[in-house]
Design a protein around this ligand. Structure first.
Ligand code: EPZ
Length: 423
């Protein structure tokens, strides 16, 4: 199995480009199956989840040409659902990533039926799908979960109001997908407002759908008969990948310019980094972050967008582990998202986890150790900790990192990190 070797002590400096947003890519790829014709998707990140999704679509008879696009940085997909046949999905592929469950909304919309094994995904909490099921039932579908498979049937989908009991990105996406071709209007209340919800809505509208209100907590989808196809869509930048480099700059006392970002999507992260004493300058489509010595302790509370993103919480924990005082981190989105604390403790961090709260008492310095990535963003946090620590850190579980970070070694070494992949 591959491992990453990180040696700390060098400030991250230079310019690095954020790739396409993982969580938008894994929503727009299945959404392309709603169209009869071909869809071209650009600025896809070169990450495992995108390659696996392409395999998943091919297993349904969809033609997917996936490869480097013109500018050499990102991937481009040409999706032709002409041969789509809704037979059962490959369980092995579905288990590899949570976002495979978006195919339920798509197959339900197109064929009135779907059978998808219960999704896998990062081990960061229970991650139920009751709100997805609530939405499908509201649209008139019969939903059963049998032997670990979600089975949905509907002779016809009819638009309806759905009030989400909890702000859920996944449920918002899945209900939007199912509602696109339903008869009549669906209103999703208490909807998620993440930038990739807006990106998906922009794609659907460009493809001929009628989605209003994305980015607010009320999204209205007026069903249409069909989506002709022929749409070209470019995925928005990945603000979580960007946040990871920003936190890294602050944590190593460096100065990094992250290019190809939408600063507005990073306001909560920028504000929090400024609170720790870092310098953050926003300009057009790049953000500059400079570390100014030992970070100050802060309070972090993760919330749905536009609050502080849960997907940047673990990276922030690494930074605060060397702060000049005690920080309090509350994870309100995923109840099990502190597994990285055990690993960070091996590097000298002083973290106490009580339920959804972590108390982080800053220490003078971290020391390198053998650690294991338990999920995607925990892996990112361990890379940052390894670049902060004295000596060498060996990180296993790299497959988690490769799911969501494209060219992680190349990108970090391009800004001065001493980071290597060893088989
Ligand atoms: C998406 O997961 C992201 N994954 C996650 O990113 C991200 O952490 C999360 O949204 C929050 O932003 C993808 O987009 C593929 P939720 P999702 O439904 O959709 C509860 C990463 O690192 N809930 O918004 O699964 C749930 O338990 C990954 O890129 C229900 O109770 O998240 C959680 O506590 C990790 N019932 C909360 O809502 C449901 O039916 C938010 O979950 C659905 C969710």
């Amino acid at each position: 199995m591959a491992k990453l070797l990180a040696t700390g002590g060098r400030p991250l400096t230079g310019r690095v480009r954020a790739g396409g947003r993982k969580n938008s890519a894994v929503a727009v790829l299945p959404a392309a199956l709603l169209a009869d014709g071909v869809t071209v998707i650009e600025n896809l990140p070169d990450i495992q989840d995108v390659w696996v999704y392409a395999e998943l679509l091919r297993s349904l008879g969809v033609k997917v040409d996936l490869g480097p696009s013109g500018n050499g940085e990102a991937l481009r997909a040409v999706v032709d659902p002409g041969g789509l046949t809704p037979h059962s999905l490959s369980e092995a592929l579905v288990k590899r990533m949570r976002a495979s469950y978006y195919l339920i909304g798509v197959l339900l919309a197109r064929y009135g039926r779907a059978e998808v094994p219960f999704p896998g995904g990062c081990d960061i909490g229970s991650r139920p799908i009751d709100q997805h099921i609530k939405g499908f039932r509201a649209l008139g579908a019969d939903v059963r979960v049998e032997k670990g498979v979600v089975k949905v049937r509907a002779s016809k989908l009819v638009g309806a109001p759905v009030y989400l009991d909890v702000v859920s990105v996944g449920a918002t996406v899945n209900i939007m997908l199912a509602a696109t071709l339903a008869e009549g209007t669906t209103v999703i209340e208490n909807a998620a407002k993440e930038p990739h919800i807006v990106d998906l809505a922009n794609f659907l509208n460009a493809a001929g759908a009628k989605v209003k209100g994305a980015g607010t907590d009320v999204i209205k989808v007026t069903g249409v008969k069909r989506l002709p196809g022929g749409t070209l869509h470019s995925i928005i930048p990945d603000e979580i990948e960007a946040a990871t480099f920003m936190v890294g700059a602050a944590a190593t006392g460096g100065e990094v310019i992250v290019e190809n970002v939408i600063p507005k999507h990073l306001e909560a992260v920028s504000a929090k980094l400024i609170e720790t004493g870092a310098t953050v300058e926003e300009n057009g489509d790049y953000i500059l972050v400079r570390g100014n010595g030992r970070p100050r302790p802060v309070t972090v509370k993760t919330l749905p967008y536009p609050g502080f993103p849960t997907d940047a919480q673990q990276q922030m924990t690494a930074l605060l582990s060397v702060a000049s005082g005690t920080s309090v981190i509350t994870e309100t989105v995923h109840e099990g998202r502190f597994k990285h604390a055990d690993e960070l403790r091996r590097m000298g961090c002083n973290i106490t986890v009580e339920g959804r709260t972590a108390i982080v008492q800053g220490v003078e310095r971290l020391t390198g150790a053998k650690v294991k990535a338990t999920d995607l963003r925990a892996g990112a946090a361990l890379v940052l900790a390894g670049l902060m620590a004295e000596g060498e850190t060996e990180i296993s579980g790299v497959e988690h990192i490769d799911r969501g970070y494209e060219k992680v070694v190349e990108k970090f070494t391009s800004i001065g990190a001493d980071l290597r992949r060893v088989e």
